[in-house]
Write a protein that binds this ligand. Structure first.
Ligand code: SF4
Length: 469
């Protein structure tokens, strides 16, 4: 019977049906970091349990580590405590840790793929919502809470209910200046932040087929912002070309055999889906969030919605967002003055993202009133960018060039907004307070759009700049 990739991976990893109707699912790869693991390890130790599969568990430091001065002990006592705890726990259980001295450290969803730990057909989990990123490789990957981190450490399994599968086809060509970030913001805007509840999203269509792995990761990364716990792209030659030669990927004949198996994990052509949605890529424009969740977005040529034009719950949430952000209903988003520009995060902190931002920044200057920072997603991304001279482009333009980490995505570290600052950000969440200030405001957009906003000092349509390259 024809099957989706989701069903094939789920069935291969199912160990047994539990009395409550959930499935006990084997976890192929468990990624851990310094913030959601200390308590899980404490609970494990309190029960005297070992880690079930240290060889399938990998650690990095990303959330709380500073991206400026990365000298130990960290100035922030909490960062030092959490990092030290991870080091102790990894040492005790024989778990590989990619720390600041490794040259391989970075955001957990950047280094997994980069090292080739993330592979098609796997089940992957991590104590971070944006684990859906790894689905770009044809894996079923999802975020888990701290108590589930404990469960996976203890058993390498998880109790889960199966998801339905919605196929989202994006067909046609994206216009110059329009990127995967604009696609996913458009999808979430159309289906809503809760539209994916109970679903895994399968992204397909010729626009997705043409995307690089970096772009597919951006797409899958934000599945969770649309309510879908997992999102994936079927593995193809683009996937295999990315994986070839990476540290944890088999080589030689074993790689060829792996590719054949991976290819077979893709959804069958005549698989049935619980739902299908089709989008026209050519109709997508550079997209900017105007509100306080990632579904509240408009094209850069659009206007802030008027609460009076809607009714019910929508009206309440639009009014709340308009009030918090300080908009005049109906005003254009283009021309909105920004204070901070942030290029980074597991959504858009990869080399291709930095290249797109650098294309815009080259030979230009950041506006005098804007604080602009570029934070590579990993030490490897940083090193590759420096080999290409991108750091010089950014520094010459007035961007701060930082060490790898989550930085201003969630501001658990010194990178944060102050007061009512408005930030043009390549990250994934624009919730109230997400970037460190309870009153700070976040406008999500693509790296090219953030770079253009940094230079103009306000939200601008990057398509005009792209045309002048
Ligand atoms: S960059 Fe943001 S979303 Fe990604 S892992 Fe770090 S905190 Fe989580």
């Amino acid at each position: 019977m024809p099957q989706t990739l989701f069903r094939k991976v789920w069935d291969l990893h199912s160990m047994r049906m539990l009395p409550n109707g959930q499935t006990q699912l084997y976890v192929g790869l468990h990624l851990i970091h310094e913030v959601t693991s200390p308590q899980a390890f404490d609970e494990l130790h309190a029960r005297g349990w070992p880690v079930a599969a240290p060889g399938r568990t990998f650690a990095t430091v990303d959330h709380i580590v500073p991206t400026g001065l990365q000298v130990r002990p960290f100035e922030d006592a909490m960062a030092e405590t959490m990092t030290s705890a991870l080091e102790r726990n990894c040492h005790r259980h024989g778990i590989p840790l990619f720390d600041l001295s490794s040259g391989l450290q970075g955001i957990v969803h950047v280094i997994g793929p980069e090292l080739g730990l993330t592979q098609p057909g796997m089940t992957i989990c991590c104590g971070d919502s944006h684990t859906s990123t790894h689905g770009a490789f044809g894996a079923i990957a999802f975020g888990i809470g701290t108590s589930q981190v404990r469960d996976v450490l203890a058993s390498q399994t998880l109790a889960l209910s199966p998801m339905k599968v919605r196929r989202i086809e994006v067909n046609g060509r994206l216009a110059p200046g329009v990127f995967a970030k604009d696609v996913i913001l458009t999808i979430i805007g159309r289906l809503g932040v809760k539209g994916g509840t109970g679903y895994a999203y399968e992204y397909a269509g010729d626009a997705v087929d043409r995307m690089s792995m970096d772009e597919r990761m951006t797409l899958c990364n934000m599945s969770i912002e649309g309510g879908a716990r997992a999102g994936y792209v079927n593995p193809d030659d683009t996937t295999f070309d990315y994986l070839r030669g990476r540290k944890f990927v088999p080589s030689g004949d074993a790689f060829d055999r792996a590719c054949a198996w991976w290819r077979g994990m893709a959804s069958d052509a005549d698989a049935t889906y619980d739902d299908r949605v089709v989008l026209d890529a050519a109709a997508i424009e550079p997209t900017v969030t105007w509100g306080i969740n990632p579904g509240q977005s408009i094209g850069v040529s659009g206007r802030i919605p008027r609460p009076a034009d809607t009714s019910g719950a929508d009206r309440t949430s639009i009014q709340e967002a308009v009030d918090f952000m300080g908009w005049q209903a109906g005003q254009e988003i283009s021309g909105t003055k920004i204070d901070v520009a942030f290029v980074g995060s597991c959504t858009n902190g990869r080399l291709s993202d930095l290249r797109e931002a650098a294309k815009i920044a080259r030979g230009r200057k950041v506006a005098g009133h804007v604080r602009a920072l570029v934070v590579p997603g990993s030490q490897a991304v940083r090193a590759a960018a420096e080999r290409e001279g991108l750091h010089e482009v950014f520094r010459a333009a007035g961007f701060d060039w930082r060490g790898a980490g989550c930085s201003m995505c969630l501001a658990m570290n010194p990178d944060r907004l102050e007061g009512r600052e408005i930030c043009a950000s390549t990250s994934n969440r624009n919730f109230k307070g997400r970037q460190g200030s309870p009153t700070g405001r976040t406008l999500l957009m693509s790296p090219a759009m953030v770079a253009a906003a940094a230079i103009a000092g306000e939200v601008v349509d990057v398509r005009r700049w792209e045309a002048s390259q």
